[in-house]
Design a protein. Structure first.
Length: 186
C-alpha cells in the first residue's frame, strides 16, 4: 500500500465519479457482503450523525452527499488497491477500529469543555499519522474541497462546525480504509 498522489489519484477519482448506477449497486452489494459492519457504518451510521445535527432534518442533503463521498473513497481503494478484504478474514477488525476511534474521538468531541489551546492541540494530534501509519493527504484534501464546494453551491447555510464534523468523519473513513487494506494481507 502507498500514498495516492497525482495521476493515480486523479484516475481513481475519475473512475469513482464515472461509475454507472448498475455498477455502483454491484459495488455496494459486494462491499456489504465483504465488510457488513464497515458498510453499515459508512452508509448508515455516519450519515445519520450528520443528519441528526438538526431536528428539522435540513441536513439530509449534506448527509447524502457525505455517503456519496464515502462511495467515492470505496471506489478509489478498490480501483487502486484491489479487491476488498473480506470480513471473515478478520472478524475483530471493525471492533478494534471502533475502540480505537472511540479512544481518539472522545477527547476531541469533549474539547468544548477545555481551553482553545488544548482543543487545538487535540485536533492536531488526531490528524497526525499514528506509528507506522501514513495519511492519504491528497485524497483527504480532495474530500475536504468537495465538502466545501457542496456547501457553497447548495445555498444552504451549514454551520462551520457541521462542515468540520463532515470533514473529520471523511478523514476517519479514509483512515479506516487504510487500516483495512494494511491489516489484511491479500
Amino acid at each position: 500500500m502507498h500514498e495516492l498522489t497525482g495521476r493515480e489519484l486523479y484516475e481513481a477519482l475519475e473512475y469513482a465519479r464515472g461509475v454507472d448506477e448498475e455498477t455502483g449497486k454491484r459495488i455496494l452489494i459486494q462491499f456489504e457482503i465483504d465488510q457488513p459492519m464497515f458498510s453499515s457504518t459508512l452508509f448508515s451510521v455516519f450519515p445519520s450523525v450528520i443528519d441528526n445535527q438538526d431536528s428539522e432534518q435540513k441536513y439530509q442533503h449534506l448527509a447524502q452527499y457525505f455517503a456519496d463521498l464515502c462511495f467515492d473513497v470505496l471506489c478509489v481503494y478498490t480501483k487502486v488497491f484491489g479487491k476488498m478484504p473480506k470480513f471473515e478474514a478478520n472478524t475483530s477488525w471493525m471492533e478494534s477500529q471502533a475502540m480505537l476511534l472511540d479512544k481518539e474521538l472522545a477527547p476531541l468531541l469533549a474539547s468544548s469543555n477545555i481551553s482553545e489551546k488544548a482543543a487545538k492541540k487535540m485536533r492536531e494530534d488526531f490528524f497526525k499519522p499514528k506509528d507506522g501509519e501514513f495519511i492519504q493527504t491528497d485524497l483527504v484534501e480532495f474530500m475536504n474541497m468537495s465538502i466545501d464546494n457542496f456547501a457553497a453551491e447548495s445555498g444552504d447555510n451549514y454551520h462551520d462546525s457541521l462542515l468540520d464534523l463532515s470533514k473529520t468523519m471523511l478523514f476517519v473513513v479514509v483512515r479506516m480504509f487504510n487500516n483495512l487494506y494494511t491489516s489484511v494481507v491479500h
